[in-house]
Design a protein around this ligand. Structure first.
Ligand code: NDP
Length: 487
């Protein structure tokens, strides 16, 4: 029996805190279905304590020189890297993702964010505007208390992608993880304290959607950053609007990956595999609509199916395992439901679609799945599945594929494979997506902005762009002469 029980459910004002009055949250290891920790949802008293601590700590933190704030974040990055093995194992227990992924993609990418924003904290500046002899200048100020609400697919990375820019700009944060993956953000809170952050600067409260809603509606909160689905995004955005609060919305997608007939097919297949099956398909930016030019479709499918057949599915703690389970039984039921819908709508199932023979007894596994003959109107081509289900759609013409790629409510990401340089840039320019890749897919280093257009969200995470979403400008007009008045 695995045990990942944290010292307490919440981390507030520099310490673990419990309130057993809150509803129970069972943390389940997706690979076996066993309960590995029991936590409690935040009560109103816990929420109040967290916001009060954040409000107090924010003033103290914002008064520090940026170089000192940056040093704390960079120290936290170093601690994370030193503890990568342990943090990656916890991430695997929290999510079920294979250890070969979590060792390189989770705590490490969180550390990258802390290091990047730790460095950039010192470069936050305003501007001056010369107005004849008068002039004006701007100050870049923190927003205040930020609330972060996370999805379950990348619990460490999401917490770091929100905390790092928020704290670099002088804000404090109260973070609510998904109740399905409550463990990892607590570690970030611990590590920030060890790195020298003041108590109360980064707090973690557990809970279901109602806790998120209570946080957003509190008058002490200045900004809400959500990573979640579009329906949740609608609710959170409109609740934030009641208090005229700043928002960042990192929502879902149904992104196109377009493969032209001059593409390097083996690379395109690699990208389709990474962009559909990594993290068992639970990635918001996945290229789940794979548009393949009809001239190379047979060749592409042959390699895609052959390579998918070799995927090693199994115990996520085994370093050889490449595909782990989905996060929960409910998520697997949802994905299996989409597989049935795909079949019923007439798509051709080429591989996968079921529970792997070797994993029938425990855990929430599902095979990497490829559908061919998918048309734009099918549910599997229109709706976000959030599982390893890849849909192949044939196309013959550039203008046609651009129109079809854009015919969606989402606009998170897109990819283009071609050896024609001008076509690559022309197509990317026409795609309605926040992040585009040419001849690769799903690379999201901290140096580049990430976020969606249309229904996929507002705001950007990572890069300098994130600073605009965690700070605000104060304008100061300075008069150098006398003040004229009509009388
Ligand atoms: P959900 O939208 O179900 O939940 C996201 C978070 O919001 C959870 O912590 C959830 O709590 C909380 N929440 C739910 N209802 C409310 C509410 N009314 N007010 C405040 N908070 C609320 O998303 P999932 O966790 O299922 O994650 C999958 C989704 O996340 C997918 O759509 C995916 O595309 C998207 N995503 C987007 C990313 C991006 O960067 N664009 C990256 C990763 C995922 P609880 O879980 O306790 O209900």
């Amino acid at each position: 029996m695995r045990d990942a029980q944290p010292r307490a459910s919440h981390f507030i004002d520099g310490a673990y805190v419990e309130d057993t009055e809150g509803a129970e949250i069972a943390c389940i290891y997706p690979a076996t279905g066993e309960t590995i920790a029991m936590l409690h949802s935040a009560t109103p008293a816990i929420i109040d304590k967290a916001l009060a601590a954040a409000k107090r700590a924010q003033k103290q933190w914002a008064a520090l020189a940026p170089v000192e704030r940056g040093r704390v974040l960079r120290r936290a990055a170093d601690i994370i890297r030193a503890r990568n093995q342990e943090l990656s194992e916890l991430e695997t227990l929290d999510t079920g993702k294979p250890i070969q992924e979590t060792l390189v993609a989770d705590a490490t990418s969180g550390a990258d964010a802390l290091e990047y924003f730790g460095g950039i904290a010192t470069t936050l500046t305003g501007e001056t505007m010369q107005l004849g002899s008068d002039f004006a200048y701007t100050l870049r100020e923190p927003l205040g208390v930020c609330v972060g609400i996370g999805a379950w697919n990348y619990p460490t990375q999401i917490a770091c992608w929100k905390a790092a820019p928020a704290l670099a700009c002088g804000n404090a944060m109260v973070f609510k993880p998904s109740e399905m993956t409550p463990l990892c953000a607590l570690k970030l809170a611990e590590i920030l304290i060890e790195a020298g952050a003041p108590a109360g600067l980064f707090n973690v409260v557990q809970g279901y959607g109602d806790v998120g809603a209570a946080l957003i509606n509190d008058g002490r909160v200045d900004k809400v950053s959500l990573t979640g689905s579009v329906p949740t995004g609608r609710k959170v955005y409109s609740a934030a609007a009641q208090g005229i609060r700043h928002v960042t919305m990192e929502l879902g997608g149904k992104s196109p990956l377009i493969i032209f007939d001059d593409a390097h097919i083996e690379n395109a297949v690699s990208a389709a595999i990474n962009g559909n099956f990594y993290s068992t398909g639970q990635i918001c930016s996945n290229g789940t609509r794979v548009f393949v030019h009809e001239g190379v479709k047979a060749q592409f499918l042959e390699r895609l199916v052959a390579r998918t057949r070799t995927a090693i599915i199994g115990d996520p703690m085994d370093p050889e395992t490449q595909v782990g389970p989905l996060v929960s039984k409910a998520q697997r039921d949802k994905v299996l439901g989409y597989v049935e819908k795909g079949k019923a709508e007439g798509a051709a199932l080429l591989i996968g679609g079921g529970i792997p023979e070797t994993q029938k007894d425990a855990g929430f596994y599902i095979e990497p799945t490829v559908f061919d003959g998918v048309t734009d109107d099918m549910a599997i081509a229109r709706e976000e599945i959030f599982g390893p289900v890849l849909s192949v759609l044939a196309f013959s013409d550039e203008a046609e594929v651009i129109a079809r790629a854009n015919a969606t409510e989402f606009g998170l990401a897109a990819g283009v494979f071609t050896r024609d340089l001008t076509r690559a840039h022309r197509v990317v320019a026409a795609l309605e997506a926040g992040t585009c890749w040419i001849n690769t897919y799903n690379l999201t280093p901290v140096e580049i902005p990430f976020g969606g257009v249309k229904g996929s969200g507002v705001g950007r995470e990572n890069a300098r762009a994130a600073l605009d979403h965690y700070s605000q400008i104060k304008t100061v007009y300075v008069a150098m002469g006398d003040v004229e008045a009509a009388y």
